[in-house]
Ligand binder design. Sequence first.
Ligand code: HPA
Length: 229
Amino acid sequence: MTPHNSAKKENIKKTVIMPGDPKRAKYIADKFLENVKLVNDVRGMNTYTGTYKGKEVTIMPSGMGMPSMGIYAYELFNFYDVDNIIRIGTCGSLKKEIPIKKIILASSSYTLSNFSKEFNGKYKDIEYSSPNLNEKVKEAAKKLDIDLTIGTINTSDLFYKEKKLSSDKYDLLAVEMESFALFYLANHFGKNATSILTVSDNIITNESISAIEREKNLDMAINLALETL
Ligand code: HPA
């Protein structure tokens, strides 16, 4: 147990799927898993362990932003011996040609944050997701007939800002707020992580997804993460 997670070690499985929102974690557990058990409820970050087509999996919310993701991912990798974390979240598209509802697989994340510098003094502005895990996501996407967009995303510390981020170094597809911390910690501990992101809004065209569409589309990302198991 940790100050942020009351689950017994054996109740957290080797692969954890992490939506941002605790309500979404419950939705995934209720709708998609069998033999579900609530294994942690600290701070309302209700965590569920169950099976999907016979495979054991844990669903735990990350909360919003790198500080929150940083706590939970660190503890899962370091204290709970988790091997794989798949984030499923939403993002804002930074390209006119990447519309809402599209699913992005983040092969890397670029950030202006000091997360890495503060963690161990080694500043990095880009971190990669797990190529092995990404191969499995791509295989599952092919089976499910999902046309993935794959590339670099931006992980930002701010949702509200006056200036749109651009980078001369990287072609940024979309923005969200958690993946850099997840990828950095996974690489630090020699573990696997990736992010499957549904485009919920387009920052260039100002389009956004309705609540109903968001749910339907998140089902696609959830299915993809579960089939990756
Ligand atoms: N910014 C940051 N995170 C997000 C956004 C956004 O526009 N949309 C969904 N997650």
